[in-house]
Design a protein around this ligand. Structure first.
Ligand code: CA2
Length: 150
């Protein structure tokens, strides 16, 4: 039985769809989860979709992924720009990791233009809203296949 793809969401993303629609769109995190489930199923994967406001919980989930996930899609939200601890956890994970952001972090405040976690990611997708999550699942699927066929 194949392992699920973990789709992990960081702080305040539980509020998605409730404010700043010009930056983050109008979809809720539940809507994004439904898109991810559909995309993953179409490729033969299951997903575990989670959100936490706690850095420690996100780190524990990345550690859990070492034995329980075939890949990780991570929107670390505000921790993207602050967390060496999340980077350390990612660097201890050997599967594919796609960092995703709803907004184009390079068109925003300068403090959002640096990501600590990109160093631990196979790829980064930003600025495409919820569609970025679907593309991230596509990318994880491709990276898993490439590894299996290598
Ligand atoms: O664009 C993204 O996905 C971000 O990861 C979102 C983070 C932000 O700190 C990053 O720089 C970029 C913010 C998440 C908070 O999201 C909310 C959305 C709607 C309403 C309230 C919070």
């Amino acid at each position: 039985m194949a392992l699920p793809i973990f789709v992990l969401n960081g702080p305040n993303l539980n509020l998605l769809g409730t404010r700043e629609p010009e930056i983050y769109g109008t979809q809720t995190l539940k809507d994004v989860e439904a898109l991810c489930v559909k995309r993953a199923q179409s490729l033969g994967h299951s997903i575990a979709f989670r959100q936490s406001n706690s850095e420690a919980e996100l780190i524990s989930w990345i550690q859990e992924a070492r034995s329980c996930a075939s890949g990780i899609v991570l929107n670390a939200a505000g921790y993207t720009h602050t967390s060496i601890a999340l980077l350390d956890a990612l660097q201890a994970y050997s599967g594919p990791v796609i960092e995703v952001h709803f907004s184009n972090i390079f068109r925003r405040d300068s403090f959002r233009q640096h990501s600590y976690i990109s160093l631990g990611a196979s790829g980064v997708i930003c600025g495409l809203g919820a569609h970025g999550y679907e593309l991230a699942i596509d990318a994880i699927d491709r990276l898993i296949s490439e590894k299996q066929n290598a």
